[in-house]
Design a protein around this ligand. Structure first.
Ligand code: GDP
Length: 195
């Protein structure tokens, strides 16, 4: 999809605050710094539509972006900050798991992982929630410009094994910096939502 006019809609925490809309939604999940905002911006060709508010710990809100009235991108709160308290973590869980389970128009979840890091316990938990909610999903390996193409492929295999990903779950290596893999990712999103 070639996005012409992406718009921020709302930041929400509770389901009552989610936008009233019948657009299909593609959600982006991942730990803080995984490259979520950069990827959303790169996919819609904007510099600062999405921004990470991760400096103060966890971003707790779910941000909704309307893409030309055709599709909604949903930026889920990042996780994995060491300084976060148990209460904050529980709140994050409630916000994210709540959204995954109550949003009928949620069509696909992309789980972002930094290609250089092994999946954390939080990444595995996130992946479990996505599977338990029986949502269409794929893994996106970010920052692939930091590694050679071959090394990136190797990492994809290692991460597939570490997460016990079944063969039908696709892994998309991307770079928001040099735009590697973005076309393939858009194709997968388009195919999923037009099915
Ligand atoms: P978020 O917290 O998941 O939203 O992560 P950001 O998008 O803010 O990215 C975290 C850091 O990684 C920032 O310093 C980005 O500039 C950097 N980053 C994100 N994507 C890429 C990428 O594709 N390549 C490189 N080299 N750096 C990236």
């Amino acid at each position: 999809m070639l996005v012409k006019n992406p718009k921020f809609v709302i930041s929400a925490v509770k389901p009552e605050q989610y936008p009233v809309s019948d657009l299909l939604e593609v959600a982006f999940a991942g730990r803080s710094n995984a490259g979520k905002s950069s990827l959303i911006n790169a996919l819609v060709n904007r510099k600062r539509l999405a921004y990470s508010g991760s400096t103060q710990g966890m971003t707790r809100q779910i941000n909704f972006y309307d893409l030309d009235g055709e599709l909604m991108f949903v930026d889920l709160p990042g996780y994995g900050y060491a300084a976060v308290s148990k209460d904050q973590k529980a709140l994050w869980g409630k916000v994210v798991e709540g959204y995954l389970n109550v949003r009928p128009q949620l069509y696909m979840v992309l789980l972002l992982l930094d290609v250089r890091r092994d999946p954390s316990a939080d990444d595995l938990l996130m992946y479990r929630w996505i599977r338990e909610a029986e949502l269409e999903h794929a893994i996106v390996l970010t920052k692939c410009d930091k590694l050679s193409r071959m090394k990136c492929r190797e990492r994809a295999g290692e991460i597939r094994r570490a997460m016990s990903l079944p063969p039908e779950v696709n892994i998309f290596p991307v770079s928001s910096t040099d735009r590697t893999g973005l076309e393939a990712l858009w194709e997968a999103i388009d195919t999923a939502v037009s099915d």
